[in-house]
Ligand binder design. Structure first.
Ligand code: G1P
Length: 304
């Protein structure tokens, strides 16, 4: 029945502890770390909205209040900016509150991504939905999520975003065995392994943090035992669905993504992402890029 229901909801898990960024994340959610001047999670919500999904459910937990405040009105701040006649900043403050219809549910226990997604069940109901992981940002010029929604329309079931990486990277991700379809950028997923040990990966195609899930995933997640790391894995639940046909909530297709993805999940990639985003901002790039060039040149000279 859910087969022809359009996707309107996006689920964004945001309950992680952010230990890789301590001490910055001791009292600030990692999702609020800025990429230039916007918190990372705002880019993710904007991506969902531009794909037409403006009902956003954030899966949060302890210490995530700043995220709720960010997507809410801030009357005192707005008043102050109005009094200062600063319409540009006033707009930037209101923008995040008006972006989408943002809802929250708390995960309670850190039992894994699959468990986090299951927490969305009541809100989502019997409808297909998107899942966007905040550690991955997709360039707004590359319409990945839109394409995934089209693929769900055509084939039903669930859809994952796949990217080809170097073999030594594969064990950091969920990895897919794939078969071609008649479309260049669409594959049928025949196997999925969460963080395969080196040598046991079925391919070099890894799942990046974008999914369109059939609601059948909820029943499957309930029965999915803890997997890698003792956590309930979304990858394992999707493998169950990959083996089913369309009448039972399957199958699973992959969209092969060859566009620009930015990782914010660890310090080095986060730094790269900030620099890349700054270089794409005309108002910053004119000064920032010449400075960066000079800085690197001087730095290299000093090191010699
Ligand atoms: C999660 C998923 C993994 C996926 C990755 C994408 O892993 O479990 O399958 O490849 O996100 O970023 P995590 O990064 O939460 O360990």
């Amino acid at each position: 029945m859910a087969d022809h229901v359009p996707v309107t909801k996006a689920v964004v898990p945001a309950a992680g502890l952010g230990t890789r960024f301590l001490p910055a994340t001791k009292a600030t959610p990692k999702e609020m770390l800025p990429i230039v001047d916007k918190p990372a999670i705002q880019y993710v919500v904007e991506e969902a909205v531009s794909a037409g999904l403006d009902d956003i459910l954030l899966i949060t937990g302890r210490g995530k209040r700043p995220i709720e405040d960010h997507f809410d009105r801030a009357y005192e701040l707005e008043e102050a900016l109005r009094a200062k006649e600063d319409p540009e900043r006033l707009h930037s403050v209101r923008e995040s509150a008006e972006l989408a219809d943002v809802h929250y549910v708390r995960q309670g226990e850190p039992k894994g991504l699959g468990h986090a997604v299951h927490c969305a069940r009541r809100h989502v109901g019997d409808e297909p939905f998107a899942v966007l992981l905040g550690d991955d940002l997709i360039d707004e010029r590359d319409a990945l999520l839109q394409r995934m929604l089209e693929v769900r329309e055509t084939y039903g079931g669930s859809v994952v975003a796949l990217m080809e990486v170097e073999p030594e990277q594969v064990s950091l991700y969920g990895c897919a065995a794939i078969e071609p379809t008649d479309e260049d950028d669409v594959v049928r997923v025949t196997d999925l392994v969460e963080k395969p040990v080196p040598g046991e990966a079925p391919s070099r195609w890894i799942i990046i943090g974008r999914y369109v899930c059939d609601p059948a995933v909820f029943d499957v997640l309930e029965k999915t035992p803890p997997g890698r790391g003792g956590e309930i894995q979304l990858t394992d639940a999707l493998l169950t669905l990959a083996k089913r046909d369309r009448s039972e909530g399957g199958p699973v297709h992959g969209v092969l993504f060859r566009g620009r993805r930015y990782d914010t999940g660890n310090k080095l990639d986060y730094l790269r992402t900030v620099v890349q985003f700054a270089a794409d901002r005309p108002e910053l790039a004119d000064e920032f890029l010449p400075w960066l060039r000079e800085f690197v040149a001087k730095h290299d000279e000093a090191g010699r």
